[in-house]
Ligand binder design. Sequence first.
Ligand SMILES: NC(=O)c1ccc[n+]([C@@H]2O[C@H](COP(=O)([O-])OP(=O)(O)OC[C@H]3O[C@@H](n4cnc5c(N)ncnc54)[C@H](O)[C@@H]3O)[C@@H](O)[C@H]2O)c1
Length: 330
Amino acid sequence: MRILVTGGAGFIGSHYVRTLLQGGYSSYAGAQVTVLDKLTYSGNLDNLLPVASDQSYTFVQGDICDADLVAEVLPGHDAVVHFAAESHVDRSILGAGPFVTTNVLGTQVLLDTALRAGVGRFLHVSTDEVYGSIAEGSWTEEWPLAPNSPYSASKAGSDLLALAYHRTHGMDVVVTRCSNNYGQFQFPEKVIPLFITNLLDGKKVPLYGDGGNIRDWLHVSDHCAGIQLALEKGRAGEVYHIGGGQELTNRELTEQLLAACGRDWDTSVEYVEDRKGHDRRYSLSIEKIQNELGYVPAISFDRGIADTVAWYRDNRSWWEPLKNRASLGA
Ligand SMILES: NC(=O)c1ccc[n+]([C@@H]2O[C@H](COP(=O)([O-])OP(=O)(O)OC[C@H]3O[C@@H](n4cnc5c(N)ncnc54)[C@H](O)[C@@H]3O)[C@@H](O)[C@H]2O)c1
């Protein structure tokens, strides 16, 4: 079994690769893993250090938009798990170009090459953000896509392209759409690691708008477990939601992080101007993946956050240089 993982040096991709190579997905024990990653600002080989000397692991530095390179690397793999993306909404508001290039064109290059090479299964990692915002209730997989940010619009483009390759060419494609992730090795521009590292440094945290935006927070290991289930047992051409962590307003999230870091609201929180086009609430129904594939999230938010805070406390040498380089001191 040979698996190509794109974006495997990023936050979620590296969790998936480490777990796979360390035997966490028993039916894929002994699988050969190739990581194809451009190593953009958010890609980091340190995330893969625990498996760097594994004989079953190969790293290729390169761009998924480079059709010649992808044609060299991809054939011979039995499955593609496609994480590579520009992933930060705030960056997409400042400049959408790299989002369209990597997320849409890069995905099309991978799909075309996988089709020509006759790769078995192509698992496309998508996001709940493709649906836009929902005031009440939860999205099902049939809900129309209505993305609001350049990030989510580019992810919707790639998500629909992947499904189109199934419908047009009969390719074995599965799409997963997941809620917000947190956990160790997350680049410290995203809200949870940004807030934790600021609080550990005695700095304030910037809270957007009125702090009332709601997200469903899922531990990265539960996301990767859902991806593996969909890869192994999902039906071709289908979309599966992965979520079921905990819905929280950003104010509630901030309170939990303050408590975990031993800080108080008045000296630590600064309200800042809201993000442009900020989606108010995301909420996924996960009935389909639960009923069809037996998915159950395993990590409670309280336990996951305590572990994550402890990890950032103990791994300052991982995040401090990244934060300094990216000037993320806010
Ligand atoms: N973080 C979340 O909460 C979340 C939730 C749902 C879905 N997702 C999706 O999961 C995937 C991974 O997200 P993440 O948070 O790990 O992102 P990340 O930014 O931490 O990692 C992205 C990785 O892709 C690589 N990459 C970027 N452009 C590339 C290119 N052109 N060619 C090759 N590699 C490239 C980067 O170097 C990096 O290693 C993305 O597709 C994202 O849309 C993320």
